[in-house]
Design a protein around this ligand. Structure first.
Ligand SMILES: Cc1cc2nc3c(=O)[nH]c(=O)nc-3n(C[C@H](O)[C@H](O)[C@H](O)COP(=O)(O)OP(=O)(O)OC[C@H]3O[C@@H](n4cnc5c(N)ncnc54)[C@H](O)[C@@H]3O)c2cc1C
Length: 475
């Protein structure tokens, strides 16, 4: 085998000999994919179609042993390394040009213990795969709202979704992790073992090592819950969102109502005349003691005006979890901006409606992750994740097909985000940041005191900044 061109940690060109690659292939139980391999092009595809990176080699691991060997090999050859979990992060940090990708997406082991209400899942598992194994027992890990998202990146950034108001963030339900350090050492971290590391992993992203598996506390959910979507035409958005704001002001933790704005998709359940027209809606999940109680709690929301569609009703929790999957198709061009917002006031509502009315793509969605509840009652200093006081994490998830249109859509997103700045409660969610956000956004994400604590941790566990392709915390 001939040598291949690679890149070092400090971005200098280097070469790996054929013997070195053969040696690596001998160590790895999974695959070592090179550009000449048939599967290579498929293996370098991630969710965001904007990202087109060509690694020198992709190591598709089958378990911790492969991860340890891949890390040791990369260290020995001073290679730039990217770590891939579910490959859903919009920044494309799961890949790199010319370096090595340590790909965990084939690590799919899940073990559920319904007796202790705990589950352990390997780092390549997606939210839908985890729900599949837990929901059969009427259990779930509070996570995100699109089933194809990887548990790894989502958990390491914090993780929120329909269940957060009742049960906290994903990290608030994390018991322990198994991790491979920058030295290729295997460690466990929890609240009682490597506590400082565990603190940093709860929101600090992939900065401190490669997590090979996550152990979660499971919550009792459904399997049948009350939920679904309700849509109104955009013309009523200013009044409807004010009504929603007042309704939601003192709602119990069991009820999550996510506001969303978009162009109506050409879905069969929507009247043809509204296809492509701007709409405002809500996505509802009620997890209280009975469906009847939920029905009566949300009745005022459903009785408001004349909705275009009211799809709220009893349904399996997994159906609700996958409801937005069609709006997050892999391979489209994506650009994301987000902001933590307080409870909606008139000015925020008017800003949302003004910019949403100018939306540039039928595939884009503006959604307000409804937070508060249990998320906000957990001590701010107990995890690296910050700004638990936010009522919403508003996401501008911009998507389009034609790459020639990128400027138009990105410009709309930025102008929208700029207009939201005066209302921000501060901070930023590490998992909703785009490729063009700089170091300042990392500072904003954690604030000075937490960033110092995280940097100290980075000096302890990764002084050479081996794990640098992420929202990077400098040692
Ligand atoms: C369609 C869609 C829906 C989403 N919905 C939600 C939601 O409801 N709630 C929410 O909180 N977030 C949501 N997100 C954001 C999501 O949490 C992040 O994109 C997250 O980073 C995805 O994780 P991943 O493993 O799929 O991504 P990847 O791109 O594989 O990884 C993301 C980052 O984590 C690092 N990383 C991955 N695996 C590991 C590991 N095992 N050890 C160490 N570092 C690792 C990577 O190097 C990279 O820097 C959504 C994203 C998308 C695209």
């Amino acid at each position: 085998m001939s040598k291949i061109k690679t890149i070092t940690l400090s971005h200098e060109e280097a070469f790996l000999s054929g013997d070195a690659i053969e040696n690596l292939k001998g160590l790895i139980q999974g695959d070592v994919l090179l550009p000449s391999d048939d599967e290579y092009n498929n293996a370098r595809k991630i969710w965001n179609g904007m990202i087109d990176k060509c690694p020198a080699l992709i190591v598709r691991c089958t378990g911790p042993a492969d991860v340890i060997d891949a890390v040791k090999f990369a260290r020995e050859h001073n290679l730039l390394v990217a770590v891939r979990g579910g490959g859903h992060n919009v920044t494309g940090n799961a890949l790199c040009d010319d370096g090595m990708v340590i790909d965990l997406s084939r690590m799919k082991g899940i073990h559920v213990d319904p007796k202790s209400c705990t589950a352990r899942a390997q780092a390549g598992v997606t939210l839908g795969e985890l729900d599949h194994e837990t929901q059969v027992f009427g259990l779930a890990v509070p996570s995100g709202i699109v089933t194809t998202t990887g548990i790894a990146g989502l958990t390491l950034g914090g993780g929120f979704g329909y269940l957060s108001r009742k049960y906290g963030l994903t990290i608030d339900n994390l018991i322990s992790v198994d991790l491979v350090t920058a030295e290729g050492e295997f460690l466990k971290a929890s609240k009682t073992e490597n506590e400082d590391l565990f603190w940093g992993l709860c929101g600090g992203g992939g900065n401190f090592g490669i997590v090979t598996s996550f152990e979660y506390k499971l919550q009792k959910i459904g399997p049948q819950v009350l939920g679904g979507m309700l849509l109104h035409p955009m013309e009523v958005a200013p009044e409807f969102l004010r009504f929603y704001r007042d309704f939601i002001a003192d709602t119990p933790d069991e009820l999550t109502v996510v506001p969303l704005l978009r162009l109506a998709p050409p879905a069969p359940f929507l009247p043809k005349v509204v296809h492509g027209k701007p709409v405002v809606g809500i996505l509802v999940l009620y997890t209280g003691s009975s469906i009847e109680e939920g029905e009566s709690l949300i009745a005022p929301l459903r009785q408001y005006g004349t909705p275009l569609i009211d799809g709220i009703g009893p349904k399996p929790f997994r159906a609700l979890q996958s409801f937005l999957d069609v709006s997050a198709r892999p391979g489209l061009n994506y650009y994301v901006k987000s902001e933590f917002l307080p409870a909606l006031n008139d000015d925020i509502i008017d800003t949302l409606v003004e910019h949403a009315s100018r939306i540039t793509s039928p595939l884009s969605v503006i959604a307000g992750f409804h937070l508060g509840g249990a998320v906000s009652r957990i001590d701010e200093d107990s995890t690296a994740y910050s700004h638990r006081n936010a009522s919403y994490s508003l996401i501008l998830n911009t998507a389009w097909i034609d790459p020639n249109e990128s400027d138009k859509h990105i410009k709309w997103t930025r102008a929208f985000w700029d207009a939201l700045q005066p209302f921000s409660v501060g901070g930023a969610y590490v998992n909703f940041q785009s490729y063009d956000e700089g170091e300042d956004r990392v500072k904003t994400t954690y604030g000075t005191a937490k960033l110092e604590r995280l940097s100290k941790l980075k000096r302890k566990f990764d002084p050479q900044n081996f794990f640098r392709l992420n929202r990077n915390i400098k040692p």
